[in-house]
Design a protein around this ligand. Sequence first.
Ligand SMILES: Nc1ncnc2c1ncn2[C@@H]1O[C@H](COP(=O)(O)OP(=O)(O)OP(=O)(O)O)[C@@H](O)[C@H]1O
Ligand SMILES: [Mg+2]
Length: 267
Amino acid sequence: MKLAVSGKGGVGKTLVAGILARMFAKDGVKVLAIDNDSAMNLSYTLGIDEKTKENIIPIKEMKSMIEKRTLVKGGGPGVYNINPEVADIPDRYKVSGPDGLQLLVLGGIEEPATGCLCPENALIRTLLYNLFVKRDEVIIVDFEAGIEHLGRGTAKGIDLMLVITEPSQKSLDLCKKIIDLSKKLGVINIYLIANKITDESQTEIINQKIKNWEVPLYHSIPFDPNIAKADLEGKSPIDFNSNSKGILSIKNLYEKLKKLKKELFDI
Ligand SMILES: Nc1ncnc2c1ncn2[C@@H]1O[C@H](COP(=O)(O)OP(=O)(O)OP(=O)(O)O)[C@@H](O)[C@H]1O
Ligand SMILES: [Mg+2]
């Protein structure tokens, strides 16, 4: 199953991606977590140890590797191969984390609006496609705030798109855009998840606001001070307190997704 997490900045994408990855891994499932955000902080939520973290080089920064693979023989500056060989990259550069999970840090993709048709973008896009289409483990991708950088080819391989919202209109507005774009790109299974909920009335208001959407609210995660505390200490929230209400709620989400996975893929 290929799972992607998206939403506005700061809504809890990394939290959901990281904790779900840990839960799949704890169950003995082979998991490859992908950090595709330029802030590159998924390693904290996953609970990757310091030493490993220090040695991670994001794929995007491997200039000479990218150069070699995108080089067009005899081509001048600006001429590069937009379909580079990438199949070996995940196994070569992934690092190991708790519960046997693995992490591959890509770094972000420049917005197409900046007009950057650079080799890094081409390589990362091809790599995402390869991860979605060719790999057999559970893949969980923590995306950058928008999903404009996704192409049709890349997005098609996504089995489940989790769109995260905070209880705010701005956040919901962006979710609507992400949902519409995901559909256009051919993603079929899209699920809306509310996070940082402080009381029931917020869920009711969200439900009211999205009543005409095709995508209903699938799950709500409460605001949990333990998650913020874990962040302050640089620890994974699941290692900090695995029984806090936020983590228990993500556990519940995980159980629902596991059932869904069975329904969608194991028949
Ligand atoms: N349910 C929650 N309860 C309390 N704090 C939370 C909750 N979810 C997320 N946070 C806090 O909100 C902040 C943003 O969370 P997170 O980094 O997961 O969001 P993000 O969407 O990945 O952000 P970015 O767009 O910057 O990558 C973090 O400090 C995190 O600890
Ligand atoms: Mg993040």
